[in-house]
Design a protein. Structure first.
Length: 274
């Protein structure tokens, strides 16, 4: 493995350019983001997501597989740039960097460009605010075999590096589709997907609903829940029972319960990991 360039100066323009991408405004202007860590980068490479440059520092690697990953990324077109520990630590916001940091273009997919697959299993997230929650939701959706996630009226950017990090790269393995809530509802109706809105203000328990038909689970922000559109026009409204003093679950936790109820009802299984 060879890098065409090695950077040692903290004042190098490339280092400064990467630092700026930690700011939301700069990411929006450049339409680029940062992918950090071995597993998120591995998922990006495995799923053919384009990577422009990868900055790496061998003394910060946590394992022995990083050189092979860098080789695969270079073969796919990524430029490799070796940097010192000091330079990489300046470029990252993590306390314990793993020695890998990539610059990647933001590739957005409008909902209209997508058609449902055979399973008919989708997730709609509306106005999710916290990057960590959104990243965890992506991770759960990937594990449950969701065919696509519709991001509606977002309060946080799905390409925020924190979302990518929390998802452990699942943002690259599950199709991410962007739309307004009204567009998502119309799309579901057009393709015959039952919409299932999660809310505490209904009688039907989520375990009593029929999740075997093509559907889209709809979840909203913890503070305000779903918009009136989904609460009044979704095909079903379901709730997760709350038996203690807490009146709501973390949205990522609630989403995981709902997704795995779909998996349970459909009898989907997977072989154990070796």
């Amino acid at each position: 493995m060879k890098s065409a360039l090695k950077i040692e100066s903290l004042q190098n323009p490339r280092v400064k350019a990467v630092v700026r991408l930690n700011e939301a405004r700069e990411r929006a202007t450049q339409q680029r983001t940062l992918v950090e860590g071995y597993r998120p980068l591995l998922r990006a490479v495995e799923n053919g997501y384009p990577l422009e440059e990868i900055y790496f520092c061998p003394t910060l690697f946590l394992g022995v597989n990083e050189p092979a990953l860098l080789e695969r990324a270079a073969q796919a077109g990524a430029g490799l740039i070796e940097v010192t520990e000091e330079a990489l630590r300046k470029m990252t916001t993590r306390n314990r960097p793993e020695g890998l940091l990539a610059v990647a273009p933001i590739v957005r997919r409008p909902l209209q460009s997508h058609q449902p697959g055979a399973r008919g299993f989708y997730l709609i997230v509306e106005r999710i605010e916290r990057p960590g929650n959104l990243g965890t939701i992506f991770r759960s959706a990937d594990a449950a075999g969701v065919e696509g996630i519709m991001i509606c009226d977002p309060q946080t950017d799905a390409f925020n590096p924190e979302v990518i990090r929390a998802s452990i790269g699942a943002v690259f393995s599950t199709p991410m589709l962007e739309a307004r809530s009204a567009e998502a509802l119309a799309w579901c109706r057009h393709y015959g997907l039952q919409t299932v809105a999660a809310t505490p203000h209904t009688e039907l328990l989520y375990t009593a609903a029929d999740f075997t038909q093509p559907l889209a689970i709809v979840v909203g922000a913890e503070k305000v829940g779903l918009s009136e559109l989904w609460l009044t026009q979704a095909d079903l409204r379901v709730r997760i029972p709350m038996l203690g003093q807490a009146d709501s679950l973390n949205v990522a936790t609630a989403t995981t319960l709902l997704l795995y109820e779909v998996v349970r009802q459909r009898g989907v299984s997977a072989p154990p990991r070796p």
